[in-house]
Design a protein around this ligand. Structure first.
Ligand code: RIB
Length: 307
């Protein structure tokens, strides 16, 4: 039986600008392209998990505007069940995404709008849903206090908890101690632990720093180098898959986290779930956009099977 996945997070509209480089302060440059589409780490992860075969509920706050309509249409297409608090006094957020034309790498500014007002009271109002989760996932684009309370409720209810600590910020020890899996990328791992991650040895040390703070396991995602999984019994490097030329890396971490959650919900061993997440991420970077780049279950399975 497929476990139930509950994800707390943010939806924003991604406004993605492709250019040779970022402008300097006071400078205007010509870009090479623009795209508007659905984004936000939590929403992207919900879409990725649902596309990968998961039964997904997504908790957030939206304004009442055209970006909110985009959110609802995105979730309906992917099969995500929305659990939305409407906030007519605020707005649905947006992200500025710079995509470096030569590499597909990105830099992001996010204004979370209504979702930035998510409160502990909002979370407690959804306590029944969160406590009934098999897998609970959150990130840090909404206030840490809301994410922390949700992790507590999920863990007390018996869920396995995944924290994608993005963007990096100060996280209470008590919150990390209630996370079964913490999944930073290299720069988030450095921002939180102070250990610069430039090699597998560095990733091992950063992962150990999360274990020392009480996490059950740490998974450091390493872009083109795959991911390092470490718990108290084992440390495993999962190499990256290659599914085609890289077009855009934005959302690759979300593809990983959503697919990882879906695999765990189906009963996969965590290292197998990391492989599944890496395969999903490898496919997502061959396509433009974030939520629209998430692969379906059969595509991930085909890549894992070597086809
Ligand atoms: O992880 C990628 C996401 O981060 C983008 O969709 C953007 O909205 C930001 O939240």
């Amino acid at each position: 039986m497929e476990g139930r996945i509950v994800i707390l997070g943010v939806f924003v509209a991604d406004t993605a600008y492709r250019a040779e480089r970022q402008p300097r302060m006071g400078e205007t440059i010509l870009g090479k392209g623009f795209a508007l589409g659905p984004g936000g780490k939590g929403s992207n992860q919900a879409v990725a998990a649902a596309m990968a075969g998961g039964r997904v509920h997504f908790i957030t706050r939206l304004g009442r505007d055209t970006f909110a309509d985009m959110a609802r249409a995105t979730w309906a297409r992917a099969g995500v069940r929305p659990e939305v608090i409407e906030d007519p006094d605020s707005y649905t957020g947006a992200a500025y995404i710079f995509i470096e034309h030569a590499t597909g790498n990105n830099a992001i500014i996010i204004a979370p709008g209504a979702a930035g007002n998510m409160s502990v009271a909002d979370i407690e109002a959804q306590a029944g849903l969160i406590a009934g989760a098999d897998i609970f996932v959150t990130q840090l684009e909404q206030p840490v206090a809301a994410a922390h309370r949700a992790v507590e409720i999920a863990r007390d209810g018996g869920a396995r908890t995944i924290l994608n600590p993005a963007p990096a910020t100060r996280i209470p020890d008590e919150m990390i101690a209630r996370c079964d899996f913490v999944t930073p990328n290299e720069s988030e791992a450095e921002g939180i632990t102070g250990i610069a991650v430039a090699s597998l040895d560095d990733a091992e040390r950063a992962a150990q720093a999360f274990l020392d703070r009480g996490a059950g396991a740490a998974i450091i995602t390493l872009g083109a180098n795959g991911a390092l999984y470490r718990d108290r019994a084992r440390s495993v490097h999962v190499p990256a898959f290659r599914a085609g030329p890289v077009v855009e890396t934005t959302g690759a971490g979300d593809a990983f986290n959503g697919a990882f959650a879906a695999a765990l919900a189906r009963g996969a061993d965590p290292v197998q779930a990391v492989r599944f997440g890496c395969a999903a991420a490898a496919i997502s970077v061959t396509r433009p956009g974030t939520a629209p780049s998430m692969p379906g279950l059969s595509e991930i399975e085909a890549l894992l099977a070597g086809g």
